[in-house]
Write a protein that binds this ligand. Structure first.
Ligand code: NAD
Length: 360
């Protein structure tokens, strides 16, 4: 077991890296005391892990209950949120109680928003079980739901009291979901850490085989990078935007494909488009562009979007909520390991990036 502490003053918290749930109760007692706890999870994760977790928590003296929703993004909505509030009332949660998210980013975002708003905010714990949630969504405090057809449009910043990562849960994750999480892992290397990018290049087979030591290093490094960024810019006034590398075109593809591709798959394609633009500006060398394409392909992620056209991608890129008042913001690599935000891209440059991921 290993820990990383995020320094948010009085709201500081630990990320615990473990290979089982055996230490969860002890960590929860350290973080929150022996409180009433509502575990919010989805229908897939419920079958795999909630029995074990509720038994462990009850055995340790917690009053633990669960709320289960149908797995998938379509549940991250206001109706299911209301059902969580109802469960909070049914189980008489009070100001000292805890909501715990057990599952992927959908459980984390929605349970976190419930915790941010129920009784004007109660404590919140993340128990992430997808690679995306263990390396990205459980760290940083962005929580929310989809509304009116717009992703994550209603939300809050709510730091958890504890993030408990049991890496062994990745063993039951479908490979396509695992690979989608790897897109965000690759992203961290490109935006922040060339050495980490090279580490990934050197351990492709072991990553795919879920080698314990390699995965431990990856989870820790990704959480540390995200924590470094978020601790400097919690509410995305500047630096935090670098985490959106690949997301400008990626979100456009996600919507244009009507969410048939996973978020991470769209980010992978979006990173390729952004890198092509960066190469056109002479920021990224052609060999480095090839290295990025190679690692994305090596992890079985798509580098092209099929069955959609440029006009649709552009339409959704321009309606994305992350678009600032000064137009589309692109995060472009200046080299592997360093990125910068740009709002001065010409139409021709954007077209070149999109053409590359459609045909190139
Ligand atoms: N808050 C943030 O900073 C942030 C960052 C990135 C993404 N997100 C959000 O995260 C969500 C996507 O998260 P996700 O990719 O984890 O999706 P998800 O929560 O839907 O999980 C993906 C699938 O994996 C299943 N699953 C989860 N853990 C499993 C396990 N260990 N074994 C077997 N199956 C398992 C789930 O039931 C689901 O079917 C999106 O809603 C996105 O907006 C939030």
């Amino acid at each position: 077991m290993d820990k990383l502490t995020l320094d948010f003053g009085k709201r500081s918290y630990d990320i615990v890296f473990s290979d089982s749930f055996a230490d969860l109760s002890g960590e929860l007692i350290n973080a929150c005391g022996k409180s009433k706890i509502l575990v919010v999870t989805d229908s897939n994760v419920d079958k795999l892990y909630s029995g074990q977790i509720l038994a462990l928590l009850s055995g340790a003296g917690f009053t633990a209950r669960k709320f289960v929703f149908d797995a998938g993004e379509q549940s991250k909505n206001i109706d299911v949120l209301q059902q969580i509030y109802t469960a909070c009332l049914t189980h008489s949660l009070d100001r000292g109680s805890v909501i715990a998210a057990l599952g992927g980013g959908v459980a984390g975002d929605m349970a976190g928003f419930a915790a941010a708003t129920f009784m004007r905010g109660i404590r919140f714990v993340q128990i992430p079980t997808t690679l995306l949630a263990q390396t990205d969504s459980s760290v940083g405090g962005k929580v929310g739901i989809d509304y009116g057809g717009v992703k994550n449009i209603v939300g809050a910043f709510k730091q958890p009291s504890l993030v408990h990562i049991n890496a062994s849960t990745l063993g039951t994750l479908p490979y396509r979901e695992f690979a989608a999480g790897l897109a965000e892992v690759i992203k961290y290397g490109i935006i922040y850490d060339k050495v980490f990018f090279e580490y990934l290049e050197g351990h492709i087979c072991k990553v795919k085989a879920l080698d314990t030591n390699i995965m431990h290093h990856i989870l820790r490094r990704c959480c540390k990078i995200k924590a470094d960024v978020v601790m400097q810019d919690e509410t995305e006034q500047g630096l935090r935007a670098i985490l959106n590398f690949g997301h400008t075109i990626g979100h456009g593809i996600e919507s244009a494909m009507d969410f048939k591709l996973l978020h991470g798959e769209c980010v992978a394609i979006g990173m390729v488009g952004a890198c092509k633009i960066a190469a056109g500006r002479g920021y990224l060398s052609e060999p480095d562009l090839d290295r990025i394409l190679s690692i994305i392909k090596a992890f079985d992620l798509p580098v092209k979007a099929n069955g959609i056209n440029k006009a649709d991608i552009l339409h959704y890129m321009h309606s994305d909520k992350k678009k600032g008042s000064d137009g589309l913001k692109f995060i472009l690599p200046k080299a592997i390991g360093t990125v910068e935000p740009f709002t001065d891209l010409t139409e021709q440059e954007i077209n070149t990036g999109i053409d590359f991921i459609l045909n190139g």
